[in-house]
Design a protein around this ligand. Sequence first.
Ligand SMILES: *Cc1c(COP(=O)(O)O)cnc(C)c1O
Length: 440
Amino acid sequence: MTSLRAAPVTPVIPRSEALFADAQALLPGGVNSPVRAFRGVGGTPRFIARGNGAYMEDVDGHVYLDLVFSWGPLILGHAAPRVVQAITDAAQRGTSYGAPCELEVELARRVVATFPALEMVRFVNSGTEATMSALRLARAATGRSLIVKFDGCYHGHADALLAAAGSGVATLGLPDSPGVSPAVVADTLVVGYNDVEAVEQLFAARGDQIAAVIVEPVAGNMGVVPPVPGFLEALRALTTKHGALLIFDEVMTGWRAHAQGAQVRYGIAPDLTCLGKVIGGGLPAAAYGGRAEYMKQVAPAGKMYQAGTLAGNPLAMAAGIATLDELATPGLWARAERWAAEATRVLAASAAARGIPLTINRVGTMFTAFFTGDPVTDYVTAKRADRDRYARFFHQMLAEGVYLAPSAFEAAFTSVLHDEAALLLWRRAVDASLDRLGEG
Ligand SMILES: *Cc1c(COP(=O)(O)O)cnc(C)c1O
């Protein structure tokens, strides 16, 4: 395949429009995951024909520099040769066995070696399954019911965790979701992100009933919001003191907030960790894991039931192994982080030069630019960002050949293939888009 190069494009997208019209009759909202439908920014979603490296091409032939990367997984870029080869090789040996295979052991070995707090791991198919299972395990291990989560953190779409969820739900302006019965979320307590005092009060009042605290150690689903100093430390201390488990949902932050995970970046060992996205290298794989004393309670080693027909399937395992092995190349991950640092510097300078208030939060290879002059430290402050402004910025950037998340409350993700040429394109796109933002 020839490599793709992005260039300014005309917003003429007849093929995407035709496909979207068909799709809306067949798929709810025309998509299989809400944020893809562009409702947060308006307009017609681009149907993608192919991806190559840092770029992807839509069905109308427009090429974009990608900063979504399937919402995080593709840190090596689209169609990374090593990953494609690994998947091809695996597929030729069969796509699923319903029996153990060596690749599961190999990926587990790498995951356990990556995270000091992980001694054992169970593979599942999605981040949603990982968090849902980790909660079940925490409840099984403690014999308690209550779960503490944070406003604006998203942990997948399991019923118990669809209380004050961020990103897709927030963007659509739905407080929760119909279909989640009140009883199912009655045991879910929601507090503000970075609000240590609120967590302390909760534990003081109900500490002996709390099974677990689940947190995105760097929030990514209300846009990127880093933990304030002391926040994760306080969660660790409080859960330990009260006999509750600390669950880090690193589905997004794993191999993103840091070459390993947020738990390594901040030096906090959770009891359980949820992984997804990068771990599957673009195929459906996710995992939960932790200390052996807990993981040995999962069936069939223990009594907590959890299973999966396609869990640990050889294609996903092969893609994950290839991704992690490639990412272990010295200096490679740092490229993705360096580009993110450069890109945010360019963006901040361009906005400042035009007097446009912008708050940029970046951790590792993920960042969000909030159109607000105030610091963004939790969901309340994130929501102060100007969504209309973001929507206009998004469409300008798209027209300049840069594909950002179609929502003001999402992260941008970089890859190891973002290079000088990509930075040049980014700089031009940012300057042109912010210029026109001022006019509008
Ligand atoms: C994406 C995400 C999930 C859900 O993962 P799916 O694979 O989409 O089910 C859970 N937690 C976090 C932090 C995520 O970013």
